[in-house]
Design a protein around this ligand. Sequence first.
Ligand SMILES: [Zn+2]
Length: 177
Amino acid sequence: MPVFPGDPPVRIRILEDMDYINSEIETGLHAGTHIDAPAHLNCCGETVDRIGLERLTGQGFLISSKTVKIPDGDIAVLRTRWDSKWGLEEYFKDYRGIPMGLAEKLVDHGVKGVCTDGPSVDMPGETAVHRLLLENGIWIVENIKNTGLVPERFRIFVVPLNVMAEASPVRVFAVTD
Ligand SMILES: [Zn+2]
């Protein structure tokens, strides 16, 4: 699996395959689709296990070029279409992040979390948007895919491991009625 430049590779190794299979995984916690908890930029901030499940599920709304209104207290999903580059070298280069003005609006509307279909909510080499969101208790999910399949509104589930760490791999899925 491609990982952010400089991050450790993901490895799954079979330890035992005689009567049964027993394997181990070695991974950075920011590989693939993953959540950044407030502890990512502040060691005293919340770790993933401290984020209650009620903050990880709820109503999701899509942010695309057509978005006009941001609902209060829901989960934002950014459709930038950058996920079409997943697997290509350019995926981790020259990505755009979220404009600071939009990030400030998301904070003002008290969103629970922000998911993006790119590798970061920041521009390459920057951390200001991460900092603003995480300091306001808003978790971030990076590297989601298939944002083209969801309508404007949907139910969303973000399911991390219950780990005392600054990040975790997640499954993210939407339910539409
Ligand atoms: Zn991350």
